[in-house]
Design a protein around this ligand. Sequence first.
Ligand SMILES: Nc1ncnc2c1ncn2[C@@H]1O[C@H](COP(=O)(O)OP(=O)(O)OP(=O)(O)O)[C@@H](O)[C@H]1O
Length: 675
Amino acid sequence: MYQSGRRFYLDSWQSRQWLPFPEKWKKQGIVTTDTILADRPVGFSLCMDQSPIKGATMPRVTMDDREGYIDHPTRGRLDTYIFEEKRNVHYYYDPGAKDWLQLPVSWELRSDHVSKLMAPIEETLTDWRDKHDILAALRASNYNPQMCIDNYLAVGDKAGAPVPGHTDSFHLMGEMDHSIKDLNKTIDKLRRDLEENSRQLQKEEKGRKSAEEQVRKLEDKVSSLEAEVKISKAQHEAQLQQTVPLTKFLLQAAKSSFDPILVKNLNTLMRLLHKDYIQLKMEASKRFTELQEFIKQLNVGMANVSKGCSALGKEVESVGLLYRKEAMQRKLLYNKLQELRGNIRVFTRCRFDDRTKCCLQFPSDQEVQVPGGRKLFKFDKVFSPKATQEEVFEDTWPVITSCVDGYNVCILAYGQTSSGKTYTMQGPPTNPGVNIRSLKELLKICNERDNIDYVIQVSMVEIYNEMIQDLLTSSTQILEIRVSGNHILLPGIKVMEVNSLDDITKVFQVGSENRKTASTKMNSESSRSHLICMITVKGHNRTSGATTTGTLTLCDLAGSERVGKTEATGKRLVEAAAINKSLSALGQVFSALRTGQMHIPYRNSKLTHLLQPSLGGDAKACMFVTVSPDESNLSETISSLEFGSNARQVQLGQAKQNIQKKAPRTPGGDNDNGD
Ligand SMILES: Nc1ncnc2c1ncn2[C@@H]1O[C@H](COP(=O)(O)OP(=O)(O)OP(=O)(O)O)[C@@H](O)[C@H]1O
């Protein structure tokens, strides 16, 4: 027997391989051994049908998390196991990156070596013609042609056989793996560069500090020398003042006494004193000149140091700039990786409220912690109550603007009633939210592109009690969903074209006037319907003649709330039930997408049916989970955060660009005789 970590394996004498420990033995057996060394194979003996023996050296066999099973349509239940195997990988040396990178499938097909390996497969399996496909299978068989043929033949029954010519998913997955590996390598390289730059920055910061310290010391010395010069000058002047009156006095005294010897002595004394005085004066002036010279040198030194400091400051600034640039690049690469994986991007925003203390903590801009050290939730971005509408839009606009290039994009706001969904999406007129900012941005981009003619069309509906109503007309007609191919149509819907800021303002004014709002106990302005704003951006390239059609769906969902909490009755109860039904249908769609189910229950509600193209695989989606800062709403907050966490694990697949030669249908189905 062999133990690796928590897993146990058995040596199979027949196949001479390590096989996973049989499930049924686990229920009966006790494994005994003298010593257990972590993560190291040790000798075991197996005692079956024994009563447990106490002691640390007698471990029970634990469950193996690599085991599983599949229900095969023809072979019934098959046990599965994820083996840790070493695989051959074909690399090429990239002189630019100075690194070995995995060969993409299309490049690998040019290799003679690989062609030789593929030849026996092509000869044996003559109906398998897709070279990409064969190479992908060869890779999966560790470049062993015989194993590849065996694998193909082994799974070649009717239900499980790969359909030749139809399985270029191998190729796509290979390419995708390659891109993700490359991106990871680039991220690693950037991280290393970043660390190197940070180290450099710290070193230079240290140098700057020590230079500043030196300047401070030199300044202290200069001021102490200046003080010394002042003192010696003052002493010299004092001496002079003392000497002159003394000389005058002695002369007068000598003249008054008329004693010639005394006068002579006094004259000698005077001469001596004068000589001393001259010497002292010369000494002082010499000292003074020396000091002046020293101060001059110090000033030059200080100028040099301050020059060095400013050069260092500039360098620090440029390293800082590089750091910010690289951080930005890392973020872009992360976004690209997310895009390749096709994940729904989920942001969380906590509502600002100056009347209450925020009960949530924000350890980083991607984490939110619920009080009492309970669960930590991670999102693509977490906006604290301090976040502005600009900051919120900044992280959304790369997704939004890709609809100009022909992608389907969807932004949803989900959260408890009064948690700030409408504030985030619509916002007050003086500080608009994602809706108006996105349309402005789309207009700006369209105006900047000279050789493409763009048309931006907007339509707006609300789903109230599972009924779809057009918000751009005052008509109360209920719209019905019609499906045509991959398109979801709303025949009869009003579409408005926008060309300026005034048009945008007008569309939203008309829409909000028609929107049904009703009061509940929690919020007198609470909206009890889902608001969906559908924007279509059609571009016609005058040079190439290509047409792109992108859609942006902005969705302000009705508040998720517990019926009991709002004490809803009558009409309100019906509204709450309809909202809960559609939101739980949205949760079911996410859950089915997350677990890769064949059937996605889009048709369980009008909301999910209408959003099907935006959640269905070739779209880019992001969701704002809005939460309240108030502790009394904590249980709703946790359930919203959990909803967001689940949505974050949904992979929609890589987004597809809609480029056509001919203009496609509008949401109203104008090319489809929908009206
Ligand atoms: N970030 C914020 N800064 C300032 N005020 C905010 C913020 N978020 C929300 N508010 C205010 O909180 C109140 C409730 O917000 P809002 O109407 O957006 O909630 P909601 O989630 O859309 O509610 P409902 O589900 O009922 O539609 C509003 O008065 C709004 O102006």
